[in-house]
Unconditional design. Structure first.
Length: 232
């Protein structure tokens, strides 16, 4: 990855910001841990890397998970459908909504993860499918965390407030546009996640940055990478 686009991706990976979907349970179980506020400095040779944007640690007050006999695990797939479109902003907004919307009382963690995987189409040159799948696994919580969320009947919706091309990507494309795959875009989506669980609720500001590949690289927009670091 010696090109400008490769350095853009490496700069994001170097500043490993864990994207937290399950705020309440993650804080309680330590899934976020110190990684949520730990960032490595971008490499000196990465002039187009996006600056690190720390996410403040959240400390919501929650009721403990109820005890007793566990219910059968939900098995339904996510009800949200990501549209087939060649509008990168609209597509990134839809994928961010999928990332921050779930209902653990009816949805399966594995089906939710599979819905993300179905949206992956990395360029195959700079980014591989394995890397893109690892991006998804930073977003989707582990099975034991999802089980605890389900016991608490945790649910979430998401409202998009903005979708835009970050300045770091604009600057990189001006200088090295011919090194980016055709139809590629970098889109940052911001919005508010609305969480609820038995005994409480909370609204949380959320931001996520995607690398998107649309036509002519793909018949429709798909996810190349979900960057660990938010790009502004």
């Amino acid at each position: 990855m010696s090109t400008a686009r490769g350095r853009f991706v490496l700069g994001a990976v170097a500043a490993f910001l864990v994207l937290v979907v399950v705020v309440v349970v993650a804080v309680m179980s330590g899934w976020i841990g110190s990684r949520a506020v730990t960032h490595a400095a971008p490499p000196p040779s990465s002039p187009t890397s996006a600056p690190a944007t720390p996410t403040p640690a959240l400390s919501p007050t929650v009721s403990p998970a109820p005890t007793g006999t566990a219910k059968a695990a939900p098995s339904a797939a996510p009800t949200l459908k990501v549209p087939r479109t060649n509008d990168a902003d609209a597509y990134a907004s839809a994928v961010a909504t999928l990332a921050f919307t779930y209902d653990t009382t009816v949805e399966s963690r594995d089906a939710w993860r599979a819905a993300f995987m179905a949206e992956l189409a990395p360029d195959g040159h700079f980014d591989t499918l394995a890397q893109a799948q690892a991006d998804v696994d930073r977003v989707v919580p582990p099975s034991d965390t999802w089980a605890q969320m389900s016991r608490m009947r945790q649910r979430s919706t998401f409202t998009v407030t903005a979708a835009y091309t970050p300045q770091a990507a604009i600057d990189a494309r001006k200088q090295y546009g011919n090194q980016w795959p055709p139809g590629s875009s970098v889109v940052t989506v911001s919005g508010k996640q609305h969480l609820s669980w038995d005994g409480g609720k909370q609204d949380v500001d959320r931001v996520m940055t995607f690398e998107i590949l649309c036509q002519p690289s793909n018949p429709r927009c798909m996810v190349d990478r979900i960057t660990p670091q938010v790009a502004k």
